[in-house]
Design a protein around this ligand. Structure first.
Ligand code: ATP
Ligand code: MG
Ligand code: FE
Length: 345
């Protein structure tokens, strides 16, 4: 089965071609440079760039691979969640490309695609597993029982900022380019993670669940350290600040993973989304040998077309059909807690 995957939910215009479970080719047009002057993604700029990029990347994909558009059996595309304008460009292109060729098309949840691409990377990964989405816009931990949305039982989430957003805002405050996560990671590698004792969030159990987390207090604490850092006589090192920040950020997530693994007796762990590429997060998870960590290569942690193609194909095969029509819409925000898992008492 040949599947074309199209991802346009944020600032990457990415397409991939799968033949069976093999990735034939992928093309990613990143918009990072265009957004850097804004210090974050400018939604209006993103959607206009997607309009400029989408036909070019699809053209490149077919020119650089042995397949032609007529060869594809399915078009999978992101229709949720993401920036409204960006989603609309990819979805409109995908549906009409498929329709013109007389091929079926299927809408895919971007967040779940971040997790399920691990099934393609690791055929030994079985349901159920603990799935963690650690991305620019989301921080979610769930028990993943299957490919269908109602089989992903959310345990907890961030009460405020997403973990990737926290990395980006901390980095931005210290003058690192957008997206700052990867730069924080690099600086932290030569820093002392114990140099600063940034606070762990204390969540009020009246409002927070056992697997929830919070990143805005940590973010503010690290940003407030900047005044001291900028003083001429200060001996602060940026490497130490970033290492100490990263340690608390990552530790908080790992603690929740350990608790959930214990409470639900699930030892297989998948982390998807851009922050899954973080070296400290990977190392900390790997240090717990009772966990079986199915890690993703960095290029599959961030947004890519492969994850959309793979997840779309699995959904299509499982359902045996697609209920998508040309008027299927895009959904900027998804209600992750629709299928909440009861917490063990
Ligand atoms: P979402 O998936 O929630 O819709 P998104 O698609 O924008 O959001 P991704 O592309 O999955 O998010 O991930 C991007 C995020 O990952 C950014 O916040 C970026 O800083 C962060 N990131 C990338 N590499 C690293 C790293 N090595 N360490 C920490 N954060 C990282
Ligand atoms: Mg992105
Ligand atoms: Fe993403």
């Amino acid at each position: 089965m040949i599947v074309l995957g199209i991802e346009s939910s944020c600032d990457e215009c990415a397409v991939a071609l799968l033949a069976g479970d093999e990735v034939v080719h992928q093309v990613i047009a990143s918009q990072i440079e265009a957004h850097q002057c804004y210090g974050g993604v400018a939604p209006e700029v993103a959607s206009r760039l997607h309009i400029e990029q989408i036909s070019t990347v699809v053209d490149q994909l077919f020119t650089q691979s042995p397949y032609h558009p007529e060869d594809i059996d399915l078009v999978a595309y992101t229709n949720r969640p993401g920036l409204m304008g960006s989603l609309l460009v990819g979805a409109t292109f995908a549906k009409h490309f498929a329709w013109a060729l007389g091929k079926p098309f299927i809408a895919v949840n971007h967040l779940l695609a971040h997790l399920f691409v691990a099934k393609q990377e690791h055929p030994t990964l079985t349901f159920p597993f603990l799935g963690v989405i650690a991305s620019g816009g989301h921080t979610v931990i769930a028990v993943v029982e299957g490919y269908q949305e109602d089989q992903v039982k959310v345990l907890g989430t961030t009460l405020d900022d997403a973990i990737g957003e926290c990395f980006d805002k901390v980095g931005k405050a210290y003058g690192l380019p957008y997206p700052a996560g990867v730069h924080v990671d690099k600086l932290a590698q030569t820093g002392d993670a114990q140099a600063y004792a940034f606070p762990y969030p204390k969540l009020n159990p009246r409002y927070a669940g056992a697997y929830d987390c919070s990143y805005s207090g940590l973010k503010n604490a690290v940003i407030n350290q900047k005044e001291q850092f900028l003083r001429a006589d200060a001996e602060d090192s940026l490497e130490n600040i970033m290492a100490s920040f990263q340690y608390v950020a990552v530790r908080q997530l790992v603690k929740i993973i350990l608790k959930a693994s214990n409470d639900f007796s699930l030892h297989q762990v998948v982390i998807g989304g851009g922050v899954a590429a973080n070296s400290a997060l990977r190392a900390m998870i790997q240090s717990y040998t009772h966990l079986k960590f199915f890690s993703l290569p960095s290029k599959l942690c961030g947004d890519n077309g492969q994850m959309i193609a793979y997840y779309g194909k699995e959904l299509f095969l499982e359902r045996g059909k697609t209920s998508d029509a040309l008027d299927t819409g895009v959904i900027p925000r998804v209600d992750l807690f629709k299928y909440q898992r009861p917490i063990p008492s």
